[in-house]
Ligand binder design. Structure first.
Ligand code: NAD
Length: 363
């Protein structure tokens, strides 16, 4: 297989590239703009492999996308490039609209024109896989789960931009026949995760004995999936998924944020004891504006149709993640000291006083 992966220097993209290049032996062309969220160090193990090529390009650049795809002659495009952090989308939405919506449009058009000119057999086998999020479905009541037919109800600039991109992909499938599929996945965690997201932020703050910021009352529910299980799901959907279908991907691990933070403290205390329990560092801070209360995926479709199942539980995945961060300070230390040191993101101006000011102090 020859595959273009967009966003392959990011968290999930780099896990996907490592899996395809090292475990599957596929030829991968990795297209990434190298925003703050990208890290070429995450690709160290594939950097010298003949079946991995990197192209520094913006998916919004129509000429670059058309040229890159035409030259590489892929059998598939796996589209992960995006602005991905909800808090940043609250502070500054323009890049989210540009990359997530307009960039997806550019990539769809470049893929369509390329696909149109393929031989009949290659046209039949070509696939465009769009990687999206469960956040497009909005917030759930307790006890409910997202299924593929759940109505879209995005609440944040990030989720609205991803919802728009999902609709574009569906429209390109219906209107032009582009053989596209969509996956909507729950929250990922694992090695090489940029430390602005909850799990790596808490883990590294706990290691450094800094306050562990928990938004609001900490009772928001997220459904956690180990990133290596996600990339296997993406590959399976690409290989065996039915064209035009959506597959929800989740690890059947819905948990309250506070429980996730406590679990990180406990595993870290066990692996690297440091006197007192790190739970003492937990600090409740101003909630995220419009914070969705509960996400939880019902992954029955991908499990029964394609035989995928998450191989990690939250317990095994979080321990593997914590061990990885303990052993790979070379990867995260420069990020903490350079790109992002843990400051609070995503507060509205009206929240900058009171609870907001507290939040600014504690992280
Ligand atoms: P990430 O922020 O870690 O990485 C995104 C990558 O895209 C970065 O390498 C960045 O440089 C690149 N990129 C951004 N704008 C670009 C542009 N204009 N052109 C080319 N490259 C660009 O994100 P992630 O967490 O790895 O998420 C990857 C995809 O999976 C996203 O589409 C996201 O919406 C989706 N997703 C993420 C999660 C999650 O929990 N992280 C869950 C479900 C779905």
């Amino acid at each position: 297989m020859r595959v273009v992966v967009t966003g392959g220097a990011g968290f999930i993209g780099s896990a996907l590239v490592r899996y395809l290049v090292l475990d599957r032996g596929w030829d991968v062309l990795n297209v990434d703009k190298l925003t703050y969220a990208a890290n070429l160090q995450s690709l160290a193990t594939v950097a010298n492999k003949n079946n991995h090529k990197f192209v520094h390009a913006d998916i919004c650049d129509a000429d670059a996308m058309a040229r890159t795809i035409a030259e590489f002659q892929p059998d598939a495009v796996m589209h992960l490039a995006a602005e991905s952090h909800v808090d940043r989308s609250i502070m500054s939405s323009a890049e989210f609209i540009k990359t997530n919506i307009l960039g997806t449009h550019v990539l769809l058009e470049a893929s369509r024109h390329y696909w149109d000119r393929l031989s009949a057999e290659r046209r039949e086998n070509f696939r465009f896989l769009h990687v999206s999020t469960d956040e497009v479905y909005g917030s759930l009541e307790p006890g409910c789960f997202f299924v593929e037919s759940t109505a879209y109800d995005p609440r944040s600039p990030y989720s609205a931009s991803k919802a728009s991109s999902d609709h574009l992909v569906s429209a390109w499938r219906e209107t032009y026949g582009l053989p596209a599929l969509i996956t909507n996945c729950s929250n990922n965690y694992g090695p090489y995760h940029f430390p602005e997201k909850l799990i790596p932020l808490v883990l590294l703050n706990a290691l450094e004995k800094r306050p562990l910021p928990v938004y609001g009352d900490g009772r928001q529910v997220r459904d956690w999936l180990y990133v290596e299980d996600h990339v296997k799901a993406l590959t399976l959907v690409l290989e065996r998924g039915r064209v035009g279908e959506t597959y929800n991907v989740g690890g059947r691990a819905p948990m309250e944020n506070i429980s996730v933070v406590e679990r990180i403290c406990d595993v870290l205390d066990a692996l690297r004891p440091d006197g007192e329990s790190r739970r003492k560092l937990i600090t409740f801070v101003a909630d995220r504006p419009g914070h969705d209360r509960r996400y939880a995926i019902d992954p029955s479709k991908i499990e029964t149709e394609l035989g995928w199942r998450a191989q990690n539980t939250f317990e095994t995945g979080i321990e593997a993640t914590i061990r990885w961060y303990l052993n790979n300070e070379w990867w995260w230390r420069p990020l903490r000291e350079g790109v992002y040191s843990g400051a609070r993101l995503g507060l509205l101006p009206s929240q900058q006083d009171g609870a907001g000011a507290l939040a600014e102090q504690v992280v």
